[in-house]
Ligand binder design. Structure first.
Ligand SMILES: [Zn+2]
Length: 297
């Protein structure tokens, strides 16, 4: 059970036990149908030899989706696109994987999806947006550099990097790796940390000289306690390490294992075969018939 995404659990809990599967399906599509009259006919034309149609429909519905059930259905469309594209169109499978990050709330699940996106199409890696915007490796390195500079109390370097619009945009669009808080909060937290360092009392010397009577004694700096630099809490530090690892392109299993513990929950191994089931999708049932996925056309 722990392998299920939060989104799958939400769907499960939204369906009362007395409801049949078909009733639950009908209920969760009701409001989408209201804003998307052609939904039924679009769904009926989906076939596994045209995986891009699942992705396109999912993206159109994503703009209208409001409830967990609706986001769940969009996720199913993306998961179908992924599973039917994997063999012949890795770039499309990669896009579908990244599209799934748009309907996934947990930063840990986003990392897992990005890892899989990188595995199914290594040429596109896992950090591009579904639209295919590439991340410049040099910018990614500088984005990671902001975090490490702040931990090293080098506010001057951090401020210089944060002064570049392109770096701010890389940090903002990947902020979900660091925190589940809002993305703009991450940048303002980094800005205010950059103002704090170097230590205003000891200038990162760690000790201060104090006159005691006619003697000068060296003491641990009372402001930074002899340890200048950003000291994020445990959860935040894990998020920062994850952000840095992704920025530095460390996608492999050893990285996943290294950061396996995140707020007490394990990061799933990035197994591309596992993705459809995580979103409650059976690739052998690709046809939408009578309000449910079916194996027969
Ligand atoms: Zn100090």
């Amino acid at each position: 059970m722990r392998r299920l995404l939060a989104i799958t659990l939400l769907i499960a809990s939204a369906s009362a036990p007395a409801q049949t599967a078909a009733e639950a399906n009908a209920a969760r599509l009701e409001s989408l149908r209201a804003v998307f009259p052609q939904l039924a006919s679009r769904l009926s034309t989906l076939t596994p030899d045209g995986p891009e149609a699942y992705l396109e429909l999912g993206e159109e519905l994503l703009a209208e989706a409001r409830t967990d059930a609706e986001f769940g259905f969009v996720a199913e469309l993306f998961a179908h696109a992924y599973s039917h594209a994997r063999e012949n169109d890795p770039a499309l499978a990669n896009s579908a994987c990244l599209a799934l990050t748009e309907v996934t709330s947990s930063p840990r699940d986003v990392v897992w999806l990005r890892l899989i996106a990188g595995i199914v199409d290594p040429s596109r890696r896992g950090w591009g947006r579904p639209q295919g915007v590439e991340l410049d490796p040099a910018l990614a390195l500088d984005a990671a550099g902001v975090i490490s500079a702040l931990r090293a109390a080098d506010g001057v370097t951090a401020k210089r990097l944060l002064g570049r619009r392109a770096i701010r945009s890389v940090i903002q669009s990947n902020a979900g790796l660091m925190t589940s808080a809002g993305r703009t909060e991450v940048l303002s937290e980094l800005d205010s940390q950059a103002e704090l360092w170097p230590c205003p009392t000891c200038q990162n010397e760690r000790i201060v000289n104090r006159r005691v009577g006619d003697r000068i004694v060296a003491e641990l700096c009372p402001t930074c306690n002899g340890a200048p630099g950003w000291k994020p809490g445990a959860g935040t530090l894990t998020g920062q390490l994850r952000f840095e690892a992704v920025m530095l392109g460390e996608y492999d299993r050893s990285w996943a294992a290294q950061f396996a513990v995140d707020l007490g929950a394990p990061l799933r191994d990035p197994d591309p075969d596992e993705l459809p089931a995580v979103f409650g999708v059976d690739p052998a049932m690709p046809f939408w018939r009578g309000g449910r996925w079916s194996s027969t056309p």
